[in-house]
Design a protein around this ligand. Structure first.
Ligand code: SF4
Length: 279
């Protein structure tokens, strides 16, 4: 078995992410990470289906979704596509400019992330999925650890790891990360060697986000000191049980008073954004 496939298999088994009976909904963008996750889960005999929540960023997401459709057809994987315009009336770029016109400056990734997570969870329940698998890799996760550390967000940090969250709730479908221990460069190599129909560029809206700064910083360290990403994750996983214990009681799941979906505040972030663009 290929080393990437082996790492994925070990992660699923060690962290008991899911079993062969579970329905796994892979949050797919048509990019290298989620396509690799879909392919490997399928190859290992699990039961993956794909869901693409499309923020509709012009040709960028249009081409990715077309590629994903071709890939799913070739491997006989069921695919559900959910469009921002059908769900919210607007693409993510339009929502950003509407908010800007009202003096609210949020970057595209913040808006996109909040709205996509909301739709993913809602559709995962509708499709009766047992888990949502994302394509986050080792580099992404090391970035997330450092971002939260630099911002002293220990409570948010406690909800990270191969399986997100500390408390689970019937309305919140567990999120798992089968590529958690796979380095980005290995995914690129794997994806290229399998000729996956994916584009390797980055999203044109990924600008001005804190994650980019951390990404640059850690990539420079990784170049000079091989193993930086891996060591951050190793350290994090050593302290994670303590963090989970400390913040478990404060991680009570509540529901949005407006839409009834899981929320940490009285009104969920999605309803807050939508009310601002309508108001
Ligand atoms: S990079 Fe940001 S805006 Fe682009 S798809 Fe990802 S979250 Fe959305």
């Amino acid at each position: 078995m290929d080393k990437v496939e082996q790492k994925v298999k070990q992660t699923i088994e060690k962290y008991k992410l899911f079993t062969k009976k579970d329905k796994i909904l892979v949050a797919s963008s048509g990019g290298k990470d989620s396509t690799t996750a879909l392919y490997i889960l399928n190859k290992l005999g699990y039961n993956p289906e794909a869901i693409a929540v499309d923020p509709e960023i012009g040709d960028y997401t249009k081409n990715n979704i077309e590629n994903l459709k071709g890939f799913c057809k070739a491997y006989n994987i069921r695919l559900k596509v959910v469009l921002f315009r059908e769900e919210f009336g607007y693409s993510v770029c339009y929502i950003k400019s509407l908010l800007e016109s009202k003096g609210i400056n949020l970057n595209s990734c913040t808006i996109c992330g909040v709205l996509r997570r909301y739709l993913l969870n809602k559709y995962a329940r509708k499709l009766k999925a047992d888990v949502i698998a994302t394509g986050h890799n080792l580099d992404d996760e090391a970035q997330a650890v450092m971002m939260n550390l630099f911002k002293n967000n220990l409570e948010i940090l406690s909800r990270q790891g191969p399986m997100s969250g500390t408390n689970f709730d019937k309305k919140l479908v567990p999120r798992i990360k089968p590529l958690y221990f796979v380095e980005e460069k290995d995914i690129v190599e794997y994806s290229k060697s399998h000729n996956f129909p994916v584009k390797y560029g980055t999203c044109p809206c990924r600008t001005g986000v804190y994650r980019c700064t951390i990404d640059e910083l850690l990539s420079k360290y990784e170049e000079k000191h091989r193993g930086t990403h891996k060591n951050i994750i190793k350290w994090f996983l050593r302290i994670l049980p303590e963090l989970k214990k400390k913040y478990k009681s404060s991680d009570k799941q509540a529901y949005c008073s407006n839409c009834g979906e899981p929320a940490r505040k009285e009104v969920c972030m999605t309803c807050q954004i939508l009310s601002k663009i309508k108001g």
